[in-house]
Design a protein around this ligand. Structure first.
Ligand code: PEP
Ligand code: MN
Length: 679
């Protein structure tokens, strides 16, 4: 009796001590908040590893005096310090997520109770806002909700520690306009759940998301009598069981989903690996600028140039700048068999000078480069006792960084230009655009030939055969025609593109065709090897941005009233949007001269060769507009340094539906190509 009274007393005392501990923890947190405010004002970094080291060693010493061993004390205080650092980091990043509203609308794949919804709740937990989930079936629709402004954020699973990368989301990131603004890691604890009246032995069907089934396949093989039926998401399969209440049905779902739908948990922790985590990306319409005082991560997608060693050269850039690469994942490029897009995550902030230089350097080795987002890193380095570094970056490290930045700066500082990626200062060596086995740029000279427009099956097949027999490298043919008069032939559209593609395939010739509007770009890019932007569209910026997003080379024609500075700035639009495969084309400009259709400006070719690394093609057909005068201009183009010419020809020039006066006959064309190669 006395003894139990004694225990009660002790317990009472323990309770009192616990509540004191809690009060003190809350007080300590409050002090951490005060530290943030003072750090914001004084512009100090969040991590002060010197102070962390001193603090931890002092506490461990004091603990010993109280008879507490150092392991126990350090374990507890590591957590306390980590909490304080996280609190301070949140302070810097939370303002980025503020939307002047009491609710946050988050688009997820699946329904509430899914892992995506739980990861979102975890990520936005300290915001004190109501979360409204917008449920969608497909990842593409999830991104679409944010793009259309119906949701503030998309929560997308990107990889799992057991089953690996989530391919649909990787492919989506390439095309979406969203930016990654955050990441969350969520421990996935799969359970086998069923209705109240079931047992493991009764199950005949187990509903599971295919990723969840892959992560639990070892357990599932121990229930051979049950069939696995794939389901769009884990929570949805739990909901189905609830609704149907059939004892023969089970599902793989989270404990939370089981609770949400009042289901029985038949077995916990059924995943192959107990440490099963999924990483989620938080995506929004606008990118965020991350304070350089908090650790940031950057994600990008790139395709390396078609040159031996390009991937190695690209990756070497990371070691040159001593930037830690955290992830490299590859995915095939749709429409380009055996070519890969690489997805990379690395430590660093795109506001940082060193990272800006790294990206510039990396761009030189790529055909396509798009930054997907820069965001606060989820993992915070653990507080540790580190007397060696004494909390500072070593002097040699600082020097090294300065040297790297100094060395990477362009040597000749000329007059600043409005374009950068297109300039020789940025990339001294020639860009070589490879299309199948044709190389455009460098020391190569190529001939692009074909009719002004694709007019019929027979016409384009005849032209393709003649092109091939004459030694042409690339077949041209307009399917969407930019005509001066709305009553002129407007082209055969996608039907014409089908014919052009088939003709190119039959005669093994890559094809080039013009796109007139942004909405034609992605579809045309699936079929054409090179996209052409016509002279009339050189400054159609929404079209330029759109072709900047695809991974087909683009031939950009100089506008009739444009300077070469404007041409290079237009090319910059395409390059800056990711597509690094731009070919320039001089096709004649408007002058007071009326004898010729336009005035071929061959004088700019040597200048362009100096100013830019991009390949340059000359189109004498549209410049002069008269069939008999084309050949000498084409030869002159080669002599002044063009990387190739584009020539129009037709089986029966006078009957051509567009540009009949300038189309060469078959004989004129084959003679010209022969002369050009002999030149
Ligand atoms: C063409 O090449 O088909 C064309 C229309 O050319 P441009 O845009 O130079 O007039
Ligand atoms: Mn034409």
């Amino acid at each position: 009796m006395n003894e139990s009274k004694n225990i009660d007393n002790i317990r009472e005392n323990i309770n009192n001590v616990d509540s004191e501990i809690l009060k003190l923890l809350a007080e300590r947190r409050k002090l951490s908040e005060d530290v943030v405010t003072s750090k914001v004002e004084s512009d100090q970094p969040i991590r002060d590893t010197k102070r962390e080291t001193e603090l931890l060693s002092k506490i461990i010493g004091a603990g010993k005096e109280f008879g507490l061993d150092s392991h126990y004390v350090s374990k507890i205080f590591y957590d306390i310090i980590d909490d304080s650092i996280r609190l301070q980091q949140n302070h810097f990043q939370d303002s980025l997520f503020d939307n002047d509203s009491d609710v946050i609308r988050i688009a997820i794949q699946g329904i509430e109770g899914s892992y995506s919804s739980m990861a979102a709740k975890k990520f936005f937990a300290h915001f004190n806002k109501e979360i409204i989930f917008i449920s969608k079936d497909l990842f593409e629709e999830v991104a679409g909700e944010v793009e259309a402004g119906r949701a503030d954020f998309a929560m997308l699973p990107i990889e799992n520690t057991t089953s690996g990368g989530i391919n649909e989301v990787y492919d989506l990131l390439l095309h979406t306009t969203l930016s990654i603004v955050g990441e969350e890691k969520f421990q996935v604890k799969h359970c086998l759940v069923g209705s109240e009246n079931t047992t493991l032995g009764k199950l005949e069907v187990i509903f599971a998301h295919y990723q969840a089934a892959a992560q639990c396949n070892k357990f599932l093989s121990t229930v051979p009598d049950a069939n696995i039926q794939y389901f769009a998401d884990t929570a949805l399969s739990a909901k189905k069981i609830k609704e149907e209440g059939i004892a023969e049905y089970g599902a793989i779902a989270s404990e939370e989903a089981a609770k949400l739908f009042n289901l029985k948990i038949l077995q916990k922790e059924i995943a192959n690996q107990p440490n099963n985590f999924t990483r989620f990306l938080v995506c929004s319409r606008k990118s965020h600028e991350i304070d350089t005082r908090i650790p940031a991560k950057t994600s990008l997608v790139m395709a390396t140039a078609h040159i031996a060693g390009s991937l190695l050269n690209a990756l070497t850039v990371f070691s040159k700048y001593e930037v830690n690469m955290q992830k490299l994942e590859s995915r095939p490029i749709v429409g380009n068999p055996w070519e890969e897009m690489f997805y990379l995550d690395f430590e660093g902030n795109i506001k940082d000078e060193k990272i800006k230089m790294l990206l510039d350097d990396l761009g030189i080795h790529t055909r396509f480069l798009k930054v997907l987002g820069c965001y606060p890193a989820k993992d915070i380095a653990k507080a540790k006792i580190d007397f060696l570094s004494n909390g500072k970056v070593s002097d040699t490290q600082v020097k090294l960084n300065e040297e790297i930045i100094e060395e990477a700066k362009p040597k000749k500082i000329k007059k600043p230009k409005s374009y950068k990626l297109a300039s020789r200062d940025y990339k001294p060596e020639d860009t070589i655009v490879k299309v199948n086995d044709v190389s455009i740029g460098g020391d190569n000279f190529i001939v692009i030939g074909g009719p002004c427009s694709v007019e019929s099956h027979n016409q384009i097949f005849e032209c393709a055969q003649h092109a091939k027999e004459s030694g042409t490298q690339i077949l041209r043919g307009g399917c969407f025609k930019p005509r001066t008069s709305p009553y002129s032939f407007q082209g055969m559209g996608f039907e014409g593109l089908e014919e052009l593609k088939a003709a190119g395939k039959k005669y093994d010739l890559p094809i080039i065709t013009e796109v007139l509007a942004p909405e034609q770009v992605s579809e045309t890019a699936l079929h054409a090897d090179i996209l052409q932007i016509g002279a009339r569209n050189m400054q159609n910026f929404s079209l330029l941005k759109e072709v900047g997003k695809v991974h087909r080379p683009v031939m950009l024609k100089r506008g009739m009233m444009s300077s070469i500075d404007e041409l290079l700035n237009a090319a910059e639009y395409i390059l800056a949007h990711g597509n690094r495969q731009v070919i320039l084309c001089e096709r004649g400009i408007r002058t007071f001269e009326t004898a010729t259709r336009n005035t071929l400006d061959l004088g700019v070719i040597p200048f362009l060769r100096e100013m830019t690394h991009l390949p340059i093609i000359v189109d004498p057909s549209h410049a002069i507009g008269v069939r008999d005068k084309i050949a000498p201009l084409a030869k002159a183009a080669k002599i002044v340094g063009a990387h190739g010419v584009m020539i129009e020809f037709h089986p029966d020039p006078p009957t051509a539906l567009s540009d009949p006066e300038q189309a060469l006959t078959f004989n004129q064309y084959s003679d010209l190509v022969k002369d050009l190669y002999e030149l």
